[in-house]
Design a binder for this molecule. Structure first.
Ligand code: NAI
Ligand code: MG
Length: 351
């Protein structure tokens, strides 16, 4: 029997609805694989921010440090600026725990039609590796002459040799292990300092992975190819901003933001990694019990894989695929009528 201690941060809105679904699936798969989970739940959220003035307590990170992994729902609440929820919780966790890889797999499932006619089930199955700690999302910059005609805003992107090298190495390693091709997202024609540097480092690291076939694409052309020919990709490595946009686009190609998972990984395992669906708190449907739990459940499967249970992880993703392929049980965003709980029960039956 292996026990894992998991920090749960449901957050706001549908985050509090999809996380219990993920835990039900974890407990069910755990029973079949001799794994148990001890959960500690934290109420860190925009609701807490409105009540207590901060998204999490000052010693929040120390509470998380004790756990093997973190499972997060979503944060965001009308009336609380989105930069508060992001910079008050998610970004501090990603940076303090050096979760420098944001892994976002995407798959077109049988039984879940893609809005893109070129996306055939079984053929579209790739992963976006997003740099998660630096790049365009930096705190360096400022505003001058506020309110005046010559008001100016400047934001400094930060690309370091260490930061780029480690995420590119992770992506090459993934491509090597899976026998896939690596595509690097760039924009070195328009962005003339950071992106040529990114390209140079990708080319430099490529020499260490002679078996991996790789290329680079400008982000604008790459976005078009995600729609026109999504089956051509295996591993896509991108900076923080490019990876953020590409992975939402990829999720849409696969049939909806509600199914997309993500892992914020600390590959050297010095700190806990964090697993969360790509979607937000969806205030428009929150409180109705109809949110699609697939993104959260798939994220929990990625957590199982990271914790050393690849077989259990595969059983969960196979169960997702089987429910979609062999039943008509769907939540409303996928054209069905099932509630979050009903879909989760159907999935557990297919484990
Ligand atoms: P969103 O992902 O919350 O919702 C976009 C649309 O997709 C909505 O129509 C929503 O109903 C639908 N949707 C999303 N997830 C769904 C699911 N699991 N099942 C069914 N339908 C689903 O993005 P939006 O509206 O841009 O942001 C809402 C709030 O969430 C904002 O405060 C935003 O800052 C926050 N947010 C938080 C994220 C996080 O915690 N990592 C990520 C993205 C947004
Ligand atoms: Mg995003």
């Amino acid at each position: 029997m292996t026990n894992h201690s998991i920090a749960l941060i449901p957050g706001d809105g549908i985050g509090t609805e999809v996380l219990p679904a993920a835990c039900r699936v974890l407990d069910a798969i755990g029973r079949r694989h001799g794994i148990t989970f001890t959960y500690e739940q934290f109420d860190w959220s925009c609701e807490r921010y409105l009540r207590a003035g901060s998204m999490m307590p000052e010693d929040g990170l120390d509470h998380l440090r004790r756990h093997d992994a973190i499972l997060l729902g979503a944060v965001g609440y009308p009336g609380v600026p989105d930069h508060v929820s992001l910079w008050g919780l998610l970004i501090p966790i990603r940076r303090a725990f050096n979760q420098y890889v944001n892994l976002r797999p995407i798959r077109v499932f049988d039984g879940l039609p893609s809005p893109v006619s070129a996306a055939t089930p079984g053929e579209v199955d790739f992963v976006v590796v997003r740099e998660n700690t630096e790049g365009e999302y930096s705190e360096i910059g400022g505003r001058t002459n506020r309110g005046l005609p010559d008001e100016t805003a400047m934001q400094q992107a930060v690309f370091t040799r260490t930061g780029v090298t480690r995420v590119v190495d992770f992506a090459f390693g993934l491509a090597e292990r899976s026998g896939g091709r690596l595509t690097s997202a760039t924009k070195s024609n328009g962005i003339v300092h950071t992106m040529p540097f990114w390209d140079e480092l990708v080319a430099e690291r490529a020499t260490e992975y002679p078996a991996v076939d790789w290329d680079q694409e400008h982000i604008d052309a790459l976005a078009a190819k995600f729609v026109l020919d999504p089956a051509r990709f295996d591993v896509v490595v991108a900076s923080n901003l490019f990876g953020d946009i590409l992975s939402d686009l990829a999720a849409a190609v696969a049939g909806g933001i509600g199914i997309a998972p993500s892992a914020n990984l600390n590959p050297p395992r010095e700190h806990p990694s964090m697993f969360e669906p790509v979607h937000g708190s969806a205030p428009d449907i929150a409180g109705q019990g109809i949110a699609n739990p697939i993104g959260a459940i798939w994220s929990a499967a990625m957590m199982l894989d990271h914790l050393g249970h690849p077989e259990a992880a595969t059983h969960v993703t196979e169960a997702i695929a089987r429910v979609l392929a062999t039943t008509s049980v769907r939540t409303r965003d996928l054209g069905g009528t099932a509630t979050t709980a009903e879909f989760t029960s159907a999935l557990i039956q297919h484990l």
